[in-house]
Design a protein around this ligand. Sequence first.
Ligand SMILES: NC(=O)c1ccc[n+]([C@@H]2O[C@H](COP(=O)([O-])OP(=O)(O)OC[C@H]3O[C@@H](n4cnc5c(N)ncnc54)[C@H](OP(=O)(O)O)[C@@H]3O)[C@@H](O)[C@H]2O)c1
Length: 276
Amino acid sequence: MKIFIVGLGLIGASYAEGLTRSGHTVYAYNRSADVIQMAEDEGIIQKKSQIDQMVFADLIILALYPKHNIEFIEKYKHLLKPGQLITDVSGTKVWMMNELERILPLGVYYTSTHPMAGKEISGYKAKDYRIFKQANYIIIKGQRSGSNDETILRRIANDLHFGKITVVDAQTHDELIAFTSQLTHVLAVSLMHADTFKETKEATGDSFRDLTRIAKINEVMWSELFLENKQALIDKINHFKDELDHVKHLIESSDKEALQTYLKIAKEKRKTFDVH
Ligand SMILES: NC(=O)c1ccc[n+]([C@@H]2O[C@H](COP(=O)([O-])OP(=O)(O)OC[C@H]3O[C@@H](n4cnc5c(N)ncnc54)[C@H](OP(=O)(O)O)[C@@H]3O)[C@@H](O)[C@H]2O)c1
């Protein structure tokens, strides 16, 4: 398949590498030209990648931050043609999908996707196509989805070696992601801020390090994603505060039996996540 990737950051470049290795013909656009040059030299995209190649693509993958995806389509929509499929890999959907559905030319199909894999570091040099292996992949259908989109995107997911594929709508995606991805990043950075000891670094074991790994955050990207999904994230933070209050109450009241039951239920639930 002819694929055009917009943005060769961590995710876009990892896609380019993985899809080229799977035999696809991949072209790309990136704001900084030196990145395109590196990608061509490393053979993860075709030589002479230029924006005009987009018109020949069967599939266009937007791999910029949500608001930059919208700006890109606004600027280059004249290079799209009916029958092409557009997808994106962004971490939030409702707002961005509404905007893209509004501005995309007629006849162009659009179905969103979210690769549930990444790293704490960003940019082209952080690329690694192996991060997608067995990772979850979410397909988000919208008003501009075509009848064939899911089949094509499942093929792409398989070529990148993703594991489980789930299909949801944009609202469900944003609520799920507010919990599984955004709340966890909020907790990791809050834990770092809650640290008041000067000896913490010397006193940490695996638990603190595991829980705060994602505090090494890309602050530009995540602040955008948090604000684009504000209400869903606030709801999850409030729900989590209630849960913290509950466990605090169990400890305050020295209710050992209830505390053990509470811990055991969490343990049993977490164990089920390891079963594929
Ligand atoms: N990182 C993750 O863990 C992860 C996981 C799943 C999905 N995602 C999604 O993937 C998308 C890309 O994230 P990423 O982690 O790959 O980001 P990244 O490594 O920081 O790359 C950002 C990309 O956007 C370009 N860019 C930055 N500012 C721009 C601007 N003002 N105008 C045009 N282009 C600009 C960069 O170009 P230059 O090379 O010129 O700087 C680069 O190509 C996001 O929508 C994110 O939600 C990320």
